[in-house]
Write a protein that binds this ligand. Structure first.
Ligand code: FAD
Length: 327
């Protein structure tokens, strides 16, 4: 019998496996795909690199560094520009990195539905949006051959249907995509929005899901959840890589420490992430009500925290936001 079986060898699952393997745990990963190819916008706050170094984990290859952000409405009008002296985001080769993290571990192939039947001391659910609780949105992603967006990100906000399209500098190409509430095939609408910004030809189309309004669910019985499966993803923009890394590091630490109640230790250690998720859920309500106009109201300091993945440090408190939402 394995000490730990991890279902889902994406960002979070691979990291939990890697960290536990280092401490002598007998770990098995199970994934429905032989290689990680999940489509993504592939941008992360630069602070992720420090987080990985501290945990002595492999870094992803950085293909672009982004320090300039432009926000548009669906009509193509520029609503807000925010620039920084140093890069705030890295554009990464996410699949290459996750496949690298998976290397050397026992990886079985299979699509697991019933985690309760797995025989192991600890079972980790790391199936990402396939296992999360919340509203699932279909998101499309492709690549455009252009260097025009090197070092910058263009984010287009659509109010009706509510959602975003993006263009992120990604080395000698741009990572583009979009997702909208209630739209099962987001490519067409995304392309209509992207064309206003000169993106007309896109290759490498792929689709996946992202969880909006995630409901946090960290564990049930002998199963502990991590990453997006636990609800650690930010509704405001769909940022899920850093939360997956952070929650995975905390879960591995709780398991290695081996206290009486692993779930309790993990829940306490991820308190900051939980606050961030709840804040983002409330902010999403505000942006749905106000559309792209919301970007004109918020202070520059907010962008600093949001884009750097430090929303939990914001002076906005959950209770203030709840009052605003009700107003
Ligand atoms: C198109 C798109 C763009 C995105 N852009 C960004 C971005 O730019 N920046 C960012 O931070 N976040 C982005 N996200 C969100 C981010 O991709 C996820 O939140 C993040 O990958 C979550 O990591 P995870 O390890 O929890 O899950 P995942 O990375 O989704 O990994 C889950 C793994 O579980 C496996 N799996 C699923 N079901 C089963 C099953 N039944 N049995 C076995 N294995 C299973 C999958 O094959 C996968 O390998 C984007 C999401 C999408 C869809």
């Amino acid at each position: 019998m394995h000490d730990v079986v991890i279902v889902g060898a994406g960002v979070a699952g691979s990291i939990v496996g890697r960290l536990l393997g280092r401490h002598g745990f007998n770990v098995r990963l199970v994934d429905m795909t032989p290689a990680y190819t999940k489509p993504c916008g592939e941008v992360v706050p630069t602070s992720l690199i420090g987080m990985l170094s501290k945990a002595r984990l492999e870094h992803p290859s950085v293909v672009d560094k982004i320090n300039f952000f432009q926000f548009y409405d669906a009509g193509g009008r520029l609503v807000r520009e925010v620039g920084f002296n140093t890069p705030v985001w890295h554009s990464i080769d996410k699949s290459g990195w996750v496949n690298n993290l998976r290397e050397g571990m026992e990886l079985a192939r299979g699509a697991v539905k019933d985690l309760g039947s797995i025989k192991a001391r600890i079972v980790v659910d790391a199936r990402g949006p396939f296992a999360s609780r919340g509203l699932k949105v279909v998101v499309w992603r492709g690549y455009a051959r252009t260097r025009d967006f090197e070092g910058r990100a263009a984010i287009i906000l659509s109010r009706n249907p509510f959602g975003i399209a993006w263009i992120f500098g990604h080395g000698d190409e741009a990572n583009v995509g979009g997702g909208f509430l209630g739209i099962g095939e987001p490519r067409r609408l995304s392309m209509r929005l992207l064309q206003r910004h000169g993106v007309t030809r896109v290759e490498g189309d792929a689709y996946s899901l992202v969880t909006l309004y995630p409901r946090l669910s960290l564990g049930q019985g002998s199963v502990i959840r991590v990453g997006e499966a636990a609800g650690f993803v930010q509704s405001l923009g769909g940022e899920g890589i850093r939360p997956a890394v952070e929650s995975a590091i905390e879960l591995a630490r709780a398991i290695v420490d081996g206290g009486e109640d692993i779930l309790q230790a993990y829940t306490a250690a991820t308190r900051g992430l939980q606050v961030e998720v709840r804040l983002a859920n409330l902010l999403l309500d505000l942006s749905r009500a106000l559309g792209a106009k919301i970007l004109g109201y918020v202070e520059r300091g907010f962008f600093d925290l949001w884009l750097r993945g430090r929303l939990r440090e914001s002076r906005l408190t959950l209770s203030r936001l709840a009052v605003l939402r009700g107003a």
